[in-house]
Each structure stands twice: as structure tokens, then as C-alpha cells.
Design a protein around this ligand. Structure first.
Ligand code: ADP
Length: 697
């Protein structure tokens, strides 16, 4: 229990309470008072005052003063005259001040203690300090002020002074030494000082009480007889000091002090002397002595018990932590063990032994089949190099050394020479074991037979695909060359036929449309074959560029637009040209024309009979031309791939074509150092923009 310091609201009550208890204690003491100054050789109130200040705080001092003032003034109050009344009141007030100063000073020099965790006076040095300073030292102030004021108030004479002072001093000192520890121990017991000893303390008190009753009653019956039984008090005090802690000791001291005082009062030996006060002084000297001895003993034992308690607590704490840590370690070890154990990769722990041989000290279950043994246990103790192919020993040795030196190696591909003589291809990872120094490695082997198979299968497929593409390109190249010759002859013949139409207009009118169709289809066929020829030229790296002398890009574009007007018109499209007229530079005219024809053909084909705009722009360091149609447009996800070979974003049923025009255009533009881009959205047409660096002659 901790007694709270009093707050300002409850303080008046606490002060009055202290005053009342003080007065009660003082009244008990005064039963033993000696005339003329009414000074007592046993003054419990001084102990009560100190305990009150220690527990309730310095601000309770008015309680001490009030209690002392009331009791003392009452004892010496003289109403015979006003002067006597005033004098005795003043003397009472001064005695009160002495008692207050004594309590405050004794509290100030009282050995400090941790109010939450500990018991006061639980150490030998504390008891010594308390006895010397609080008990014997501070009582001097009260004794001196009290005796002097009695003397000044003519309540004692010079001859009484010394004895009164001594009685006062001893009475207060014993009061402090006996009562303060008792109150503090009652209010702040600690389990390690008396836990489980409550019954024993009670038994001890009863036994002590009974024994003293027997002693006092017996000796009183045989007044004056020497009683050796008195010596047997010591075992009781030792019992209290050794076993019952500060509370038991304080109770025992109090118990004995009461009996010794009362017994002496009634004339029981061994403290009875010539006068009553002399006897009381003698008994108080004994009480003080006994209090010191018993409390020191109790403090020694308590100190030891507290140390033992702290030790056992820290041992328990240590045990608990060790248990916790062990459980955590076991759990984590179990977790890792399971992880390693069930790993599909062969996992080995390898250690360099004293002969410099790297031996296997642990192998998981997956290691057995990989190393060609029936159980992992068979691997333990074997040298790692037993499983290395003879021709790869050097590489393996260098790998191990590098891992031990640098901390890890891999993953690298290697081989395991299995116990059954076969070999398996593996991926190996080595890691130096932390805290194993440069002597231990964790090795993980992964069987990569399947991976290698897949890689080989993939490589074969890739080779096959490459071969098919090469065959296709070769076929296209041959086919286009073979087609070109008869096609050229055919179109020449058709052109000749068109020039030599019969003179008869009727016959001519009949033949002309069919001839016209034949010529257009031949032209279209020619374009397709040219595309195929271009493809084989480009794939074989045979595309030739021929940079003309200065040309006017606008004029070139205008010329192409003019030539395409008819085709566009037949498809229902109007071709419109705009932009910066006259842009002079050096470009490959026929290639620029080819790119523009491709873009315009597409715009006409996919342009949904809507007008098509061609714009030419001079951008300083570069020039550009763009073709914008208002046709079907291209979905965003197709815009990149349409520039690749044979890639189309429309179905062949609706629009004919090889999917080569844009690829050829891109390759030409790239060869000219430029770029080609498309901006489009489905249903909103498309704009193809070609940007070329400006080149000057
Ligand atoms: P082709 O026109 O012979 O199919 P291209 O390489 O010229 O081949 O074009 C590739 C594809 O790009 C076309 O199939 C078509 O889907 C799309 N495309 C090209 N130009 C346009 C355009 N102006 N509008 C809509 N789609 C186009």
C-alpha cells in the first residue's frame, strides 16, 4: 500500500487527524511523566509526528504543532493569574514548535526510499542513519527547546534542567526509534519482507506477549527477585529480526518496549533504580538499544531477502526469456529445416575438414536421387569431389575456392557425376555459410536436364522457322523474277495493241474497254510483282539508293498526285495538295515517289471515297509530307504492327493486298534516314507522315 501525499483539499483533515493521533500518543506518554516539568521518558508522539510527516508530507507540520501545543499546554496550564496563563500558553506553543522542528528535521535526514518499490529502513546503513540522525540527533532540538522554555516559564529550576533535558531527549528518541518504524512497516509492507509470515508474526506477538506477562506477573509476585528468564527476551527478538522482517521486528520492539516500560513502572526488575525517572531512563536506554539491534538484524535479513527475491525474479525472467527464445529458435529452425528438407533442389552443407577436403555434412531428401544414392545419409562424410566429373575437377575446384573466398558463386551450369556412373547436368549455386568462416558452404544443385531439353527443342524450332522463312523469301524472290519477265512482255504487247487499234471506230470501241481493263490489271499485277521484288531486294540487303542532284520535293509530290488523280477519281476520291511550295534538297526521287505512291494507294483503297489531303512541309532541318484520308482508320493496337512484313489490319476478303506496302515504305524511309508515323482512330481516317532529313548537294 502506498499512502498518498495529502492534497490541498484534504490537508486540513489530515492536519487535524495528525494532531489528534499526536495528542493521543502524547497523552499515553504523559502517563509516565515526571513532575515538575511533566516530562516523560517514553514519548510515542515523537514517532507518530515523524511517521505522519514522512507519509503525509511536510505540509502536515501544523498537526504536530497543534497536538503538542494542546497536550503540553493542558499539562502545565496555570490560570492563577493572567501572566501565568500567558506564560504557560507561550511555553506550550514553544514546546509545540520544538516538536514540529524535531519532526521536520528528522524527516529531512530520514534515509530516502523508493516509495513504490521498497520498504523504509530495509538496509543496515538506513537503520544506522535513522537511529543516529532522526532518532538521537533530532530529538536534541525538541529536548533543548522544551526544557529551556519550561525553565524560562519557571516551571523547572536550574537543578531540574539536566535531568529534564535528558528525560525529554531519551523519551523523544525512543518514541521515534520504536514508533516510526512500526507505523511505516504497517503502512508499507512488502511481500518479500513478510509475505506468508502473517501467521508467524501473529504467533510471535502472542508468544512474546504471553512470555512477558508471565515474566512481569511472576517477578511482581516475587518483588525484587532476580529473574533469569528476562534474558530469554533475546531469542524472541532474534526470531523477529531473522524471520519476520521490518514489520515483525517493529512489532516486537514495540511489544517489548511497552512491557519493559510498564513492568518497570510497576517495579518489576531488572530496570528498577532509585527513582522512577531513573528507572524509566534506564529502561528507555534498553529499549533504544534493543530497537537498534533488532532493526539492524531485520534490515540485514531483509536486504538479503530482497536480493534473493530480486535474484530469483531475474532468474525467473531469465528462464522465461530462455524458454521463449528456445521456443522461437526451435520454431524457426523447424521452419527452415522443413523448407530445406522439402526443397525440390538438392541442398548440401559442405565443410572443409582439417585435411582440406570439402565434405558433405548435411544433405536434404532431394539430394539422394540427384547424386544417385538410395538415401541422403549415404552422402554424409563423402567428399564433394567424389561427384565431380574427372575432366571438370579443375573448374569445380576453382568454383569452390572462389565461393569460399568471395562469399558466393553462381548460378552456374555444371555436371554431377552420380554414384551409379551416369552424369546429370545441373545448375549450381554456392554460398559461404555465415559464421562458418571460410570453411563451410551451402550448395544448391538443380537438375536442368529438362530445361536443357526444352532449350534444345526451342533452338531446333527456331532453326526450322528460320529455314522456312529463308525458303519462303527464296521462293518469293525466284517467283517474282520469273513472273516479271512474262509480265513485262505482256504489258508491252498490250500497250502496242492499244496504240494500234483498228481504224474502224466501231471495232475499236468494242476492243478498247477490254484492252483498258487488261492494261490496268497488268499494271496492278506489275505493282504486286514489284512489291515482291522489293521485298527480296530489301531482305537480301540489295536495296539501292540513288541521291539525285537537287530536286524540288513539292514538285515531285505534285507530279505523283497528278499521276494518281485518275486512279483516285475512279475510286471516288478527290486528291488535294497543299503545303510549302518549293522545297529543294537531295533525295532519291524514285524512292520518295514509291513511298508516296504506296501511301496514296492505301488512302485510296481504305479512304471510303472521301477526299484525300496531301501536305508538304518545310521544317528547316527536315522536310515532311503527309497523306490524310477520311476512311476506315486503324485501331490503336494495330498501328505499330502494320509497318511489319505481311501484317494487315483488314480482312483479305474485303481488301486485297500482301501487307507489304507499308513495310517497304518504312524500310525505304529508314534507309533515307527518316521516319514514318501514323495517327489514326477507327472510322476517323488516318494520317501517315513521312519525315526526311534535308540533304543538300
Ligand atoms: P496492304 O495494303 O497491301 O494490306 P500495307 O502494308 O500497305 O499492305 O498496309 C498494311 C495494312 O495497314 C493494311 O492491310 C491496312 O489494314 C492498314 N492500312 C494501311 N493504310 C491504311 C489506311 N490509309 N487506312 C486504313 N488502314 C490502312
Amino acid at each position: 500500500m502506498r499512502v498518498p501525499r495529502t492534497g490541498s483539499r484534504s490537508r486540513p483533515i489530515a492536519i487535524l487527524l495528525l494532531a489528534a493521533i499526536y495528542a493521543a500518543g502524547a497523552s499515553v506518554g504523559q502517563l509516565l511523566a515526571i513532575p515538575p516539568g511533566n516530562v516523560t521518558a517514553y514519548f510515542p508522539a515523537s514517532g507518530i509526528a515523524l511517521a505522519g510527516i514522512l507519509l503525509g508530507g511536510r505540509k502536515l507540520w501544523p498537526g504536530v504543532w497543534l497536538g503538542s501545543f494542546l497536550v503540553n499546554t493542558w499539562a502545565i496550564f496555570d490560570t492563577t493569574s493572567f501572566a501565568r496563563t500567558a506564560t504557560t500558553t507561550l511555553v506550550g506553543a514553544t514546546i509545540g514548535m520544538g516538536a514540529t522542528i524535531e519532526a521536520l528535521a528528522a524527516a529531512r535526514v530520514f534515509p530516502p526510499w523508493d516509495r513504490d518499490a521498497g520498504l523504509p529502513l530495509a538496509r543496515v546503513l538506513d537503520v544506522a542513519r535513522f537511529t543516529a540522525l532522526s532518532g538521537l540527533g533530532c530529538s536534541i532540538t525538541s529536548a533543548t527547546m522544551g526544557t529551556t522554555s519550561l525553565f524560562a516559564g519557571s516551571l523547572i529550576t536550574t537543578t531540574d534542567y539536566a535531568e529534564t533535558w535528558l528525560t525529554w531527549w531519551l523519551g523523544d528518541a525512543v518514541g521515534i526509534l520504536v514508533i516510526t518504524p512500526l507505523v511505516l512497516a504497517c503502512v508499507q509492507p512488502r511481500w518479500w519482507s513478510f509475505q506468508g509470515r502473517g501467521a508467524e508474526i501473529a504467533l510471535h506477538q502472542v508468544a512474546l506477549f504471553a512470555f512477558q506477562m508471565y515474566l512481569v506477573a511472576g517477578t511482581l509476585a516475587d518483588r525484587g527477585a532476580h529473574c533469569p528468564l528476562g534474558h530469554f527476551i533475546t531469542p524472541f527478538l532474534v526470531w523477529a529480526g531473522v524471520r519476520l522482517g521490518p514489520l515483525g521486528a517493529a512489532l516486537a520492539v514495540f511489544n517489548v518496549s511497552v512491557f519493559a516500560t510498564l513492568g518497570t513502572e510497576h517495579g518489576a526488575p531488572p530496570f528498577v533504580r532509585g527513582t522512577r525517572n531513573e528507572s524509566l531512563l534506564f529502561v528507555q536506554a534498553f529499549v533504544g538499544d534493543m530497537a537498534l539491534t533488532t532493526q539492524v538484524l531485520a534490515a540485514v535479513i531483509t536486504e538479503r531477502r530482497r536480493a534473493e527475491w530480486a535474484l530469483s525474479r531475474s532468474r525467473d525472467e531469465l528462464d522465461r526469456r530462455v524458454a521463449e527464445r528456445t521456443a522461437a529458435l526451435t520454431e524457426s529452425e523447424e521452419r527452415y529445416r522443413v523448407l530445406v528438407e522439402v526443397s525440390p533442389d538438392a541442398t548440401l552443407l559442405e565443410k572443409l575438414d582439417t585435411d582440406g577436403v570439402l565434405r558433405i555434412v548435411y544433405a536434404n531428401a532431394a539430394a539422394a536421387p540427384l547424386f544417385g544414392v538410395t538415401s541422403a545419409a549415404e552422402l554424409i562424410g563423402r567428399s564433394v569431389f567424389d561427384f565431380v566429373l574427372a575432366e571438370r575437377e579443375d573448374i569445380a575446384h576453382r568454383g569452390v575456392m572462389s565461393a569460399l573466398e568471395h562469399g558466393n558463386l553462381g548460378p552456374v551450369d555444371g555436371w554431377v557425376a552420380r554414384a551409379d556412373g551416369t552424369a546429370v547436368e545441373v545448375e549450381i549455386m554456392l554460398a559461404r555459410v555465415p559464421r562458418g568462416g571460410k570453411r563451410a558452404l551451402l550448395a544448391i544443385y538443380r537438375d536442368i536436364t529438362r530445361r536443357k531439353q526444352i532449350e534444345e527443342e526451342r533452338a531446333a524450332l527456331y532453326r526450322e522457322a528460320e529455314e522456312s522463312i529463308r525458303a519462303r523469301d527464296e521462293f518469293l524472290s525466284i517467283a517474282s523474277h520469273e513472273l516479271k519477265t512474262p509480265l513485262t512482255a505482256l504489258s508491252l504487247k498490250l500497250q502496242a495493241l492499244a496504240r494500234s487499234l483498228p481504224a474502224d471506230p466501231e471495232v475499236a470501241a468494242k476492243i478498247a474497254p477490254a484492252l483498258d481493263v487488261a492494261l490496268r490489271q497488268t499494271k496492278r499485277l506489275n505493282t504486286l510483282v514489284d512489291e515482291l521484288l522489293d521485298v527480296s531486294r530489301i531482305t537480301q540487303g540489295r536495296m539501292e539508293l540513288c541521291l539525285d542532284d537537287e530536286i524540288d520535293l513539292f514538285a515531285v509530290v505534285e507530279d505523283v498526285v497528278q499521276r494518281m488523280q485518275d486512279t483516285a477519281a475512279r475510286a471516288g476520291c478527290e486528291l488535294r495538295l497543299g503545303g510549302d511550295a518549293t522545297i529543294v534538297g537531295c533525295w532519291d526521287r524514285s524512292r520518295v515517289e514509291q513511298v508516296l505512291i504506296n501511301l496514296l494507294s492505301n488512302a485510296i483503297k481504305y479512304g471510303a471515297k472521301a477526299p484525300i489531303d496531301v501536305r508538304v512541309r518545310d521544317e528547316g532541318a527536315s522536310v515532311s509530307f503527309s497523306v490524310t484520308d477520311r476512311g476506315i482508320g486503324i485501331p490503336a493496337e494495330d498501328q505499330a504492327r502494320i509497318f511489319d512484313r505481311f501484317e494487315r489490319a483488314v480482312s483479305v476478303r474485303h481488301f486485297g493486298g500482301f501487307g507489304l506496302g507499308l513495310w517497304i515504305a518504312r524500310r525505304i524511309v529508314e534507309a533515307l534516314g527518316g521516319t514514318i508515323l501514323v495517327e489514326s482512330a477507327p472510322g476517323e481516317g488516318a494520317t501517315f507522315t513521312v519525315t526526311l532529313p534535308r540533304a543538300r548537294a
